[in-house]
Design a protein around this ligand. Structure first.
Ligand code: TXA
Ligand code: MG
Length: 329
């Protein structure tokens, strides 16, 4: 298929919305990463999404809405705490897992009896959903296994010829995918870490919020993540990636020395270091993709300091990218 490239102007968003309504796939910007969208209530559209990404079909999609009232058509119950979080945080980088209504096809939820719902903050995304007049199922708009796209050019690299249209919006400022929170239990639980932190959830709800223990460290065969997507190796650059953690100066020195040694061996190297965790979130996936385009052999990256929630969320991605290759210096 020939992919249509659209702007965020109203006329173009109308074209995108018509494609969604007639069962096609449209990639669009959100504040976190670009998504590959299709009609969430159409099982054939969801099947197309899996095929376009090369994604395992047991990994459920996130359903995007543009108004809180739309959630009533998707979920079997909207608990008080979920309402409070929606009011406080949406539109924003938070996805809530709730019991689904039968109207949501199994193809969209990977056969689960729950559905993940999110209201994104990007104006183009909100307008597209509202014009489509249907909720939009959208995973990140990358080929399965690749880093998520934070620019429309990344979407083009992965999905040109595989999506009906791509909306060429702004680069994403969030940079890592939304926080996924399971709201089906007694207490909220974070299944995928993101920019919405457990502290923020506790601040809104006044109850404790922890992480799914299966996402806390290296993958453990005895612990299966509740978000099926968290069990896959993601974000893998073509280059070998090595992480270094420890005192800032020691890390900088080790990275410099390692880079010199590798270059003497004739290897090309790129170095990734961030000022803070927000900056890291915004730039990480773009940096990984750029290293691949430049064809570097090895990426050397400074780990983010422990103890802060957004840093933990970014490190979750960096550790996967590096295949858990981390060295204490
Ligand atoms: O920021 C984002 O969330 C982006 C943008 C496009 O909105 N979307 C995104 O989608 O990252 P995706 O498909 O790449 O990741 C969805 C994650 C996966 O880890 C999936 O397993 C989990 O959400 N998920 C979806 N539905 C779920 C459910 N019913 N129960 C548990 N986990 C679920
Ligand atoms: Mg993804």
């Amino acid at each position: 298929m020939k992919t249509l490239y659209l702007s965020t102007a109203e006329e173009d968003l109308k074209i995108g919305a018509a494609i969604i309504r007639t069962g096609g796939l449209v990639a669009f910007p959100t504040e976190t990463v670009y998504g590959l969208g299709g009609n969430a209530l159409d099982p054939e559209a969801s099947k197309k999404i899996y095929a376009a990404k090369g994604r395992p079909s047991d990994n459920p999609l996130i359903v995007h809405i543009s108004e809180i009232s739309q959630i009533e058509g998707l979920v079997a119950g909207f608990p008080e705490n979920a309402k409070k979080l929606a009011d406080a945080i949406w539109p924003g980088p938070m996805t809530m897992v709730l019991k689904k209504k039968p109207a949501v096809p199994d193809e969209t939820t990977g056969g689960l009896d729950t559905v993940a719902v999110r209201m994104p903050a990007s104006p183009a995304a909100l307008r597209l959903i509202s014009l489509a007049k249907v909720p939009i199922a959208a995973p990140s708009a990358n080929l399965s296994g690749h880093p998520s796209p934070t620019r429309w050019q990344h979407v083009k690299e992965d999905l040109d010829g595989r999506a009906d249209a791509v909306i060429m919006g702004e680069p994403c400022v969030g940079g890592i995918e939304s926080t996924v929170i399971d709201m089906t239990g007694e207490l909220p639980q974070i299944l995928r870490p993101g920019l919405i932190t457990p502290e923020r959830v506790t601040q809104v709800l006044g109850v404790p919020c922890d992480y799914d223990p299966a996402i806390m460290g290296r993958p453990d065969p005895g612990l299966i993540p509740k978000a099926p997507g968290m069990k896959y190796r993601h974000y893998a650059p073509k280059a070998e990636m090595r992480l270094f953690s420890g005192d800032k100066e020691a890390v900088e020195r080790t990275v410099r020395e390692t880079a010199e040694a590798l270059r003497l061996e004739g290897k090309t190297v790129s170095v990734i270091m961030y000022d803070d965790s927000r900056d890291a979130a915004e730039r990480l996936f773009d940096d990984l993709r750029r290293s691949d385009i430049e064809g570097v052999d090895v990426i050397l990256a400074a780990a983010l300091p422990e103890g802060e929630s957004v840093a933990f969320s970014v490190m979750n991605r960096m550790l996967k990218s590096a295949g858990y290759n981390i060295q204490q210096v």
